[in-house]
Design a binder for this molecule. Structure first.
Ligand SMILES: Cc1cc2nc3c(=O)[nH]c(=O)nc-3n(C[C@H](O)[C@H](O)[C@H](O)COP(=O)(O)OP(=O)(O)OC[C@H]3O[C@@H](n4cnc5c(N)ncnc54)[C@H](O)[C@@H]3O)c2cc1C
Length: 364
């Protein structure tokens, strides 16, 4: 008899867990509250600006699910009972919660409804319908997502302004190399308003806290995400045990599963690794074998977009680090190696990949 497993949420964690379980002979029902095939979420930015087609970003084609017997069920899980292991009233031997995150739009004063998120395929398609060459786009948020959106929009011929309330882009991780990134953004025609917050969203404009006003046709808000709880509509992290379990036969994986991280972590690779571990532990637990603890991986930061790139590896901030600038070609390139006791422990490359792979090996 095959084990019957339910997975709630068909994002990167859920799909990874589903295929890992199916490969071990389980019968998997994958609940998805989105109407499309599960897709590679970072590609939504390219979809929004017409640089990728919605149908081309699926993680796997339908036949891949069919071949291994995964039932992709386009039904929101609205009732999950962790103790009884039921989803929408149906009993399973195991359940994995992989409900992901949703976009966070701050409570702006004024016409907040104009601030559009970019978190789902529906969001991307809505933006795509509004954006056209020559239109003015304001992007709120200077993180990886906001920067890639600004660069892709500029590439698509929009007139872009990027607003970031913090004094630096990318959470300040570029330090002295930020000028190289800013130079590349400005070279793409992106107007930067860094260190000034949004006072209010108005019709056709954003009023900033320094009294200035940025007129626009479209407003994209990229101000972070919030984890979805166990059920659609629920807020909050899913606090698991170290092995990602919540109860016997019930595990969580992906963005909301936070056994150790103190702040939200939204990364595809992390979600995939968690999906794999949740699947392994679920099978081990049901068979009475020991489970493994989740170890938070040190993941790289990559920004790869038309006109700019940033690669950050390892430790680039903290006490006792010695920064060695390797330089780059021109003012928009920078390469910095961070050493501790003479050993390289971190890398920061801006707008170049020169010798990155070689230095990554030395870091390992
Ligand atoms: C535009 C964009 C760009 C990004 N770029 C990068 C990047 O470059 N690199 C990177 O590492 N990360 C990036 N991320 C973050 C990354 O996509 C997420 O960390 C990752 O998708 C998390 O995977 P997940 O499986 O936990 O959740 P998700 O991919 O969010 O999937 C969860 C799924 O569960 C569904 N769901 C929720 N509740 C229910 C329910 N009750 N019933 C049924 N289904 C439900 C959701 O609708 C969703 O489809 C980006 C995110 C976005 C939005």
């Amino acid at each position: 008899m095959k084990l019957e497993i339910a997975i709630v949420g068909a994002g990167h964690a859920g799909v990874e867990a589903a295929f890992a379980l199916a490969a071990q002979g389980a019968r998997v029902t994958l609940f998805s509250d989105e109407p499309c095939l599960p897709y590679f979420r970072p590609r939504l930015i390219a979809v929004a600006f017409g640089q990728a087609e919605p149908g081309a970003i699926a993680i796997k084609p339908q036949k891949a699910y069919d071949e291994v017997g995964i039932e992709l069920r386009r039904e929101a899980a609205t009732a999950v009972d962790v103790q009884a292991r039921t989803v929408n009233g149906r009993a399973f031997e195991g359940v994995i919660l992989a409900t992901g995150s949703r976009a966070f739009v701050p409570p702006f004063r004024g016409e907040r409804g104009r601030a559009r998120p970019l978190w789902t395929l529906a969001d991307a398609e809505a933006l795509r319908g509004l954006c056209a060459p020559g239109k003015a786009l304001t992007v709120i948020g200077g993180g990886v997502l906001g920067l890639e959106a600004a660069l892709r929009a500029a590439e698509a011929g929009l007139r872009v302004t990027l607003v970031e309330a913090a004094p630096a882009l990318l959470g300040g991780c570029l330090g002295g190399d930020e000028g190289a990134l800013r130079g590349a953004l400005e070279a793409k025609g992106i107007a930067l308003r860094v260190g000034v917050g949004v006072a209010a969203v108005e019709a056709g404009a954003v009023a900033l806290e320094d009294g200035s006003v940025v007129a626009d046709d479209v407003l994209l808000c990229s101000a972070g995400a919030r984890p979805n709880g166990a059920l659609a509509g629920a807020e909050g992290f899913i606090r698991t045990r170290p092995d990602l379990s919540l109860a016997p036969g019930v595990y969580a994986a992906g963005d909301p599963a936070q056994p150790t991280a103190e702040r939200p972590v939204c990364q595809v690779r992390r979600a995939q690794l968690m999906g794999q571990l949740a699947a392994r532990n679920l099978l081990a637990g049901l068979a009475g074998r020991p489970t493994e603890a989740w170890a938070e991986p040190a993941l790289p930061l990559n920004l790869i977009a038309p006109g700019a790139s940033v690669f950050v590896r390892g430790e680039v901030r903290g006490e006792g680090l010695e920064a060695r600038a390797l330089g780059g070609e021109g003012a928009c390139e920078a390469r910095t190696v961070f050493c501790r006791a003479g050993r390289p422990v971190g890398l920061r490359w801006v707008n170049t990949r020169k010798e990155l792979a070689e230095w990554e090996k030395r870091l390992a």
